[in-house]
Each structure stands twice: as C-alpha cells, then as structure tokens.
Design a protein around this ligand. Structure first.
Ligand code: H79
Length: 454
C-alpha cells in the first residue's frame, strides 16, 4: 500500500517536471513535427513513411517557399478566376491557349530568383480551377503541349532546373474544374461556362487521379501536392483516400496538403492557411479551420492577385511581407509567397524587386528563421519568438519604448545579444519576469532581433 502511494507521488512529480521542461524547451505547439516512428493524430488509417516524416522536418526547417500561379488566364491579365468572374463560356475560354506562348520563360532564371530570395521550395499550379494543364498530360488534350503554340512542358523544365539548383518542387492541383464535362453536379462556382447539365462524377475523379499519376511519375521526386478547390463541393464524395494513397504509393516522401479550410483529413502531411496566420481568420476563408498537429504553412500575395493582373497595383511593402514571414515563423509556420508570371514568361519588376529584398534581409538574419520552430513566448502584438536548440530569437517588430516587459524564462540565460551587432543586451530580472533594455539606437525599423542563449 505504502509503496503504491510512493509510486503515485513519484510519477506525479515526474509528470510535473516533464511538463515544465517541455513547455519551455519544446513548447508543445501545434505544427511541431511528429517525431519519427509515431503516427500523426490526423491519420488513423495512414502511417507516413520515415522518409515522409523526414520530409516534414525538412519542410519545417525550410520556412520560405515561392508560390507560382501561372496558366492561360495570364493572357487576359485579370487574375486566375477570370473565367468564372467574367462569366466566360468554355468556348470563349478555349480561345486563350492558342494565345499563350511564353517564349521568354527561363526556368533557370526563375529558380535562381527563388533561391536568391531565400526560398527553399517552389509550389506551382499544374492545373488551376480553369482545368488547363501547363504540363504534358496524356490524360487529356487540354494542356500546354496540345493546345498552345509553345508546345513545351513547363513543369518538366522547372523540375529539371529545381533538381540542379537543390530546390524542391511542389504541384498545386485543383480539385475544382470549370472545364471538364464530368465535373458534375456543379458546385458553388463555374455556373456560366455553358456546359451541358450532365456528367459522370467518378469518371471525373478517375481523370484527376490519372493526371496526378502523371505528376507523380514523370517529374522525378517531387516535394508534394497542394490541393485546392475541395470547398466548391464540400459534401461530395471526393474519394480522397484513394487519391492520397495513389500519391503516397508513387511518392512516399511527398507531402500532401489540402486547402479545404478544415482541420486536416487522414492522409495529409501538412496544413495550410490561405492569407492568414494559423488561427486567424482575417480573409474569411478560415472560419471553420482548426489547427491540427501537422506542419503549417501560410500563403499570401504581393499585391491582391494570385494570377497575373495588369491593373492590380496594391503592392504590399517590403516591411509588411517581411513581418508576415517573421510572424509566420513565430507561429511555427512556413510562408509561401506568391507571384503570378506574365503571359510571355517574364516576372513583373515589382515582384522581382520584392523577392530580391526579402533575400537580402534573410542573408543577414536567416539564422533567426531557418531551422527554427515557434519559440517559448507565444505570438504577441510586439512580435514573436523563434527557437533553435538553446537559442531563442526575440523578433521585436512593433515596439516604441526603451523597456520591453516579458514573461519569466525558466532556465538560466547564458548570454543575450543583438543579432545584428553582437552587442550585449541589458536585461532586468524583476523576479516576476524579464525586461529588455533596448536603447533607441539599437532598434531596427524592420525587426530588432535579440538572441538569448540558454
Ligand atoms: O489559388 C488561389 C485562389 O485562386 C484560390 N486559392 C488560392 C491559393 C482561391 N480563391 N478563392 N478561394 C480560393 C476561396 C474561394 C472562396 C469563395 Fe466561395 C468562392 C468565396 C465565394 C466563392 C467558397 C465557395 C466559399 C463560398 C463559396
């Protein structure tokens, strides 16, 4: 009896110690990669391979990727939703591919630009909601090789270049399809396309799987598939189990994410948040979204458009985009920053410039971003923390005073320095918490980074 009580007390003490330590050193944040060998909560019927789990770690370490929305819609320069928004019929829209001839496309330049921006992966639209494939698909002739004067497989060129330059390539693939005759019954969008009111839903799913088989077979090892458009028919039988199995069987390391705006489904490997930091719902897409336990990503545009827009001049500032990247890292999430290339294959100068300056900042400050996870102090209005091993980075983004009060830090602080200058930071320990003393001249207009070494 006595020994049982002793054991009980001992295990409670151990649990308390463990809880305290994990709160500080590996803050149990949503999105922390699951250690190798354990299955994620999201997928009871899905056990990711060791390679897949390693790819999740790589993904979380990488932090920054390039999103590319490119298709025949770029010809009109009015975004990727133009077919739906301008109520174009299929017959009208089919006039675009013959005008799509991106002779100035240069895969090496794109990949070098992404690398110089500090990006570690590229996610490009293989097929958007318009249904047009910018790769060589044998499943259908509604693709770049069969319908455009360009006749070349963009994804092939990009995949080869990415391999050469050590950048991973993901494909964005749309579930929703405004063009395919078997995408029926229609969902919430694409009602003005003039299609016949009939179609075989499961034949459409076979078609989609067949294109995904091509994407998983003809481009070497891919980073993953980024699905979108599920929300067009949230009550449909999407047969996701079959589709996810196909992808995982062909590409065991590939990461599947689905922008369905819900908690992750079984078989998914990461979770994305469109135009929002995880947990926020400023854009209105994430009302029903719930943070799961998978690696996280958020995506955003430089102006307001995903696909190329001739008229959209509402460019975000360098500071806004950097703050988004830094806040995402503090939320334990990656940032996928979008560009919509022009119909000739060039990238508009505003985007090129923006990416260049992101890269310059990361060159100086990348230590506080790459390979980190969300730090011990949860995101605050003044900024965020990131952490790698015993180093904790305080990113002070919005603070006007000399003294910054902070919560108590369990553990001994061995050193505290400004990342930029290496100068020591004065810290006052009030007993109830810490106060950073930040002299005016040490404040950086973008991000004042203090590194604590524990
Ligand atoms: O590819 C980019 C966009 O084209 C695509 N996702 C990014 C990455 C996208 N655009 N909008 N959306 C996704 C969400 C669309 C929501 C809406 Fe609706 C469609 C609002 C109204 C129509 C979904 C369907 C919510 C209500 C009906």
């Amino acid at each position: 009896m006595r020994s049982r009580r002793y054991l009980l007390v001992l295990s409670v003490v151990l649990l308390v110690i463990q809880a305290g330590a994990s709160r500080f050193f590996v803050q149990a944040q949503a999105g922390q990669a699951v250690p190798a060998g354990t299955a994620p909560a999201a997928g009871a019927s899905y056990t990711p391979t060791a390679g897949n789990l390693a790819a999740r770690q790589w993904f979380q370490d990488s932090k920054f990727g390039l999103f590319v929305h490119w298709g025949v819609y770029s010809v009109l320069g009015d975004g990727e939703w133009v077919m739906n928004n301008k109520k174009m019929t299929i017959a009208e829209y089919e006039k675009l591919p013959p005008e799509f001839n991106p002779t100035a496309f240069n895969a090496a330049e794109w990949v070098s630009m992404a690398k110089a921006a500090g990006m570690k992966y590229i996610t490009i639209t293989s097929k958007h909601h318009d249904g047009f494939a910018i790769f060589d698909s044998k499943t259908s002739d509604y693709d770049i090789v069969d319908r455009t004067p360009y006749k070349k497989d963009i994804l092939k060129m990009l995949a080869e270049e990415c391999r050469k330059q050590g950048v991973r390539l993901f494909f964005y693939h749309s579930h929703l399809d405004w063009h395919h005759p078997d995408y029926y019954p229609l969902g919430r969008t694409g009602h003005a396309s003039g299609r016949e009111a009939k179609g075989d839903w499961y034949r459409y799913l076979d078609y989609m799987d067949s294109q995904l088989r091509e994407l998983c077979s003809n481009y070497g090892e891919i980073g993953g598939i980024w699905f979108d458009g599920w929300w067009d028919k949230p009550n449909a039988d999407w047969r996701l189990d079959k589709t996810y199995k196909l992808i995982h069987d062909l590409q065991p390391k590939a990461l599947i994410g689905n922008n369905h705006h819900r908690k992750p489904f079984a078989g998914e490997d990461f979770q994305m948040f469109e135009k929002d930091l995880p947990g926020a719902n400023t854009a209105g897409f994430n009302a029903e979204s719930e943070i799961g336990s998978l690696p996280l990503e958020t995506c955003e545009t430089i102006n307001k458009s995903w696909g190329y827009s001739k008229s959209d001049k509402s460019f975000k500032s360098h500071k806004e985009l950097l703050h988004y990247l830094i806040r995402a890292a503090g939320h334990n999430a990656n940032f996928l920053l979008n560009i919509g290339p022009m119909p000739d294959g060039k990238i508009q100068p505003e985007f090129v410039q923006q990416l260049k300056s992101m890269g310059e900042w990361l060159n100086q400050n990348g230590d506080s971003i790459y390979g980190t996870r969300g730090g011990p102090v949860t995101p605050r209005p003044w900024g965020v923390t990131t952490q790698r091993g015993r180093k904790i980075y305080f990113h002070i983004l919005d603070w006007q005073d000399t003294l910054l009060p902070l919560p108590k830090m369990p553990g001994i602080i061995r050193s505290a320095k400004f990342l930029k200058t290496g100068r020591k930071v004065d810290i006052i320990d009030t007993g109830a918490g810490l106060v950073f003393n930040l002299p005016k001249e040490a404040l950086d207009p973008i991000d004042t980074i203090v590194v604590l070494e524990m």
